[in-house]
Structures are given as structure tokens and as C-alpha cells.
Design a protein around this ligand. Structure first.
Ligand code: SF4
Ligand code: SF4
Length: 189
């Protein structure tokens, strides 16, 4: 079956039925993240403001923050740059389980996700091979992720993130697609 697209991104229909609950202290940030080269450059341009927000569990030396860039066609610029793991967590995660990139955005009164890699915003969803889908590979390797007995779907759980990613118009299209798919599958009466 050919997948429908919104804003040029194909949509995996599983996102409308997969059950997901989030109730842990950010284990998803313990493995670091691959950023696009442009996201990396944006973060580095803010280094002087990020450093004062860091605590004793983090490194204030910018050379410690990222791995070597590598070619990766899954990223818009064709280059991915991974964040390093320091003290068992992403270099940008503080001792309280908060992302300093989000804390800085809050201090700047800009959108809370403006400085965050889009991968972090979308998780537990992800865009893989130009398709919005469930990041089951990462979910499955985490000990505490999605361990609640819950009836919420991953789509319902991620509505704010999806609005941010697709914009209001794109999100309305996504809602229509959901109705279409669920009624075709007999999930909606
Ligand atoms: S690891 Fe899963 S349950 Fe925990 S904060 Fe991240 S998304 Fe939520
Ligand atoms: S950049 Fe922030 S949200 Fe992303 S993995 Fe690191 S600490 Fe978590």
C-alpha cells in the first residue's frame, strides 16, 4: 500500500494505533542524539550561553560535546553530528534530567524546542527514510520507556510535537488522514 504524504513526508499508519505512555525521567536522553550539521552549528553558536547553565555532571569544554561529523543521507544537510555521552547521559542533559538547550530557549523566551535537535522533539516518533514512523528500535532498548499500561496512542501523545513539526495546516491534514485510515480499517464506527 502506498503511504500518504504530508509536507513531503510519508506517514506510517501505525502511528494512529500504537499505544504509548511516557512516565520516566528521560532515559531516552541517555544515549545522546544525532543532530543535523545545521543543528550542531546552531548549538555551537550558543555555546557561551549554554555553558553557564551546565552543572557538575556535564562538561563545559565544548570539544567534549560532539563526535566527529559523518556522512548520513538521512539528514537534511547530508551530515550527522552525534552528541557525546558524559556520565551516562547526553552531554546536554543536566543532573535534574532537563535539557539545557530547552532551558536556554525558555530563558530566551523563544519556542521551547527552538534549539533542540528535531530528533529529540519527535521521539518516540522519528523520520526514517522520509517516513514519519515509530522509533521502536530506540523504545525497545530502553528499560523504562513505554512501560505503563495505557490506552493513549502515540499520535495522541505527540500532538504538540506533530503540530510543531508539520505546522497547523499540516497537522489538520494529519487529523484527516487519521480519520480516513481508521475508518477504512474499521477502527472508527
Ligand atoms: S524514555 Fe520514553 S518514557 Fe522516558 S521520558 Fe523518554 S519518551 Fe518518555
Ligand atoms: S539534546 Fe537535549 S533532548 Fe536531545 S538527547 Fe540531549 S539532552 Fe536529550
Amino acid at each position: 500500500m502506498e503511504l500518504k504524504s504530508i509536507n513531503g513526508i510519508k506517514i506510517d499508519p501505525k502511528i494512529f494505533t500504537f499505544k504509548f505512555g511516557c512516565n520516566c525521567k528521560g532515559e531516552c536522553c541517555h544515549y545522546g542524539v544525532y543532530t543535523d550539521l545545521k543543528e550542531y552549528q546552531k548549538i555551537m553558536s550558543l555555546k557561551d550561553e549554554i555553558i553557564p547553565l551546565m552543572d557538575y555532571t556535564q562538561s563545559k569544554k565544548t570539544d567534549d560535546w560532539f563526535e566527529e561529523p559523518q556522512d548520513d543521507e538521512d539528514f537534511e544537510s547530508g551530515t550527522a553530528v552525534g552528541t557525546e555521552i558524559i556520565n551516562g547521559k547526553c552531554t546536554f542533559l543536566d543532573k535534574d534530567g532537563l535539557c539545557v538547550l530547552q532551558r536556554l530557549a525558555n530563558e530566551h523566551n523563544v519556542h521551547k524546542w527552538q534549539y533542540k535537535p528535531i530528533y529529540c522533539v519527535l521521539f518516540p516518533l522519528t523520520v526514517y527514510e522520509n517516513t514519519l514512523t515509530i522509533d521502536d528500535e530506540h523504545i525497545d532498548r530502553l528499560e523504562t520507556c513505554n512501560k505503563m499500561n495505557i490506552q493513549t496512542t502515540i499520535f495522541e501523545h505527540c500532538q504538540e510535537e506533530l503540530k510543531y513539526f508539520f505546522g497547523e495546516e499540516g497537522f489538520r491534514e494529519l487529523l484527516k488522514l487519521k480519520e480516513e485510515i481508521l475508518s477504512t480499517n474499521g477502527v472508527l464506527k
